[in-house]
Design a binder for this molecule. Structure first.
Ligand code: SAH
Length: 240
C-alpha cells in the first residue's frame, strides 16, 4: 500500500478557512465512533503498531478539533486547515510521530506547534504530562478554550516561540516538533534530558525527513533518519 504522508492540505486549500465559533459543542455519536474505528484500522494497515497510540486515536473525537465544514471528513486520513494558514496534522502523521516517542505514563513531553491541540490531547490520553507551545496567538487562544472544554488532564499551553522551548519546566523526557524545522533547535536539545528522545521533521525543502534524536550524553546525539513528510514551516518569533 502506498502511504500518503502529507501534513499540508494543499488539495483542500480552496475550502473555506474554518469559522472560529465561540460556542464549543462537544457531541460524539455512534457514527463518529464507527468512523474512528475505521480510521484506526487504516492506520494499522499503514504500519502503526503501538496499541496505546491506536487506543488514544480511537478514543479522541477528531471532529471536535475541526470546523463544522469538515465534520463529514474529520475521520479521513488527511490534514485540514485550522485557520491562520495552519493545519491539523494527518492522523497517520500524528500516529507515526507519537509511536516514535515511545510514550510512557507520566512522561514529560514538550510539543512545539500546538495547532488544533489534537496531538497534545493524544499525548494526554496516553498519560503524558504535556507542555505545548504555539506561536500564533489566535490559534493559541482558540485551542486553550477547546482543551479546557475537553477537560483532559495534564496539558499546559503556552503562547510563544518554540525555538526557545520552556526552560523553566526542563528537562523533558520527550520533545515533539510538529512543524518543519530548518535546523535542530539548540535550546531544545539542551532542554531534553539525557536518554530523552526528540522527534523532528527536519529540512527546508518541499519534504522533510523525520528524525528521531536520542540524547546519549550532554554532547552526544544519536540520529535516526526515517521517512519523508510535508509539514508547515517552523518559524521564528511569534505572530499576533
Ligand atoms: N500539532 C498540531 C499541528 C500543528 S501544524 C495539531 O495537532 O493540530 C504546526 C503548528 O506549528 C502551527 O500551528 C504553527 O503555527 C506552529 N509553529 C510553527 N513554528 C512555531 C514555533 N517556532 N513555535 C511554536 N509553534 C510554531
Amino acid at each position: 500500500m502506498t502511504v500518503d504522508k502529507t501534513n499540508c492540505p494543499f488539495e483542500t486549500s480552496l475550502l473555506p478557512i474554518p469559522y472560529f465559533s465561540s460556542v464549543i459543542k462537544l457531541e460524539d455519536n455512534y457514527r463518529h465512533k464507527g468512523l474512528r474505528k475505521k480510521l484506526v484500522e487504516l492506520l494499522r494497515e499503514k504500519g502503526i503498531k503501538d496499541e496505546q497510540v491506536l487506543t488514544a486515536i480511537n478514543t479522541l473525537p477528531r471532529h471536535h478539533f475541526l470546523d463544522a465544514a469538515f465534520m463529514e471528513t474529520a475521520y479521513e486520513d488527511k490534514a485540514f486547515q485550522i485557520g491562520q494558514g495552519q493545519t491539523i496534522s494527518q492522523p497517520y502523521t500524528v500516529a507515526y510521530q507519537t509511536e516514535l516517542l515511545k510514550i510512557e505514563k507520566r512522561d514529560k513531553v514538550l510539543e512545539i506547534g500546538t495547532g488544533s491541540g489534537y496531538q497534545a490531547c493524544v499525548l494526554s490520553l496516553m498519560g503524558a504530562r504535556v507542555y505545548t507551545i504555539e506561536r500564533q496567538k489566535k490559534l493559541h487562544e482558540k485551542t486553550t478554550a477547546l482543551i479546557e472544554a475537553l477537560n483532559l488532564p495534564n496539558i499546559r499551553q503556552f503562547y510563544g516561540d518554540g525555538f526557545e522551548g520552556k526552560a523553566m519546566f526542563a528537562p523533558f523526557d520527550k520533545i515533539l516538533i510538529t512543524a518543519a524545522a530548518p535546523e535542530i533547535p539548540e535550546k531544545l536539545l539542551e532542554q531534553l534530558k539525557i536518554g530523552g528522545l526528540m522527534v523532528i521533521p527536519y529540512g527546508e525543502g518541499v519534504n522533510q525527513t523525520m528524525l528521531r534524536l536520542t540524547k546519549i550524553s550532554a554532547r552526544e546525539i544519536e540520529t535516526e533518519e526515517l521517512d519523508d513528510f510535508k509539514f508547515v514551516p517552523m518559524l521564528k518569533g511569534v505572530a499576533r
